[in-house]
Design a protein around this ligand. Sequence first.
Ligand SMILES: [Fe+2]
Length: 231
Amino acid sequence: MFSVCSGGAGVICGRPALSSDRCLFFGRGQLSLWPAGKASRLPAVAGGRPAKPAGNIKKIIYKSKMKTIKVFENSEADTLLAWCRQQPLEVEVFTGRETCRTKKWWGFEAEFYFNRSHVESRQAIASDSYLAGLRDQFYPEADSILLYRYEIGGTIGEHLDKQCFNKSVTLINLVDADSDLFGNRPTTRFRWDKQNFELRHGEVVEFDSRVIHSVPKLKSARYSLQFRKIR
Ligand SMILES: [Fe+2]
């Protein structure tokens, strides 16, 4: 059983496996199940023959990947970390209980309750030129930015992000722990599609948030600065 991402950008899908045209939950993010009516509208295959319908359901395989866009130099990453430390964060509350995270939203905030997402306006992204510059660099269309701080021992179980966002999310990982003699900080373990990734301090990644992902118990505190677009 998958746990629910405690508010923020994530929430369990909860939609029936075969009745949705976009539910990836039971398909582990790699497999989408198309309703029968769409099979006949699939494009023709090479050679001019039409795609062959496979009974009531047509399976389409997607090859989405976790992608590293950039890794900031340590000095740049430390500047970003210093900016994160200056942000006033509030404790995240989900279903009446405090989670392991503190947070701040810019642009639009989305909360999930009464079985749907509720979107509210928050501080304008443009009000912080440094933040707006990061948005322009990594995800110019993003209209929702979320900063999370996780303490040591923090963890988030397997989940899918809210469907009110586009599936693509860009995340900057920043580790708030002592660096070694070479200026390197510990990595952050992140799981996506049942695979382990070791995110570096200052690593910018892009991934499909409709694929199951989680944060295993942390050995170091970290910030996660996330860029999304409301659909
Ligand atoms: Fe998530």
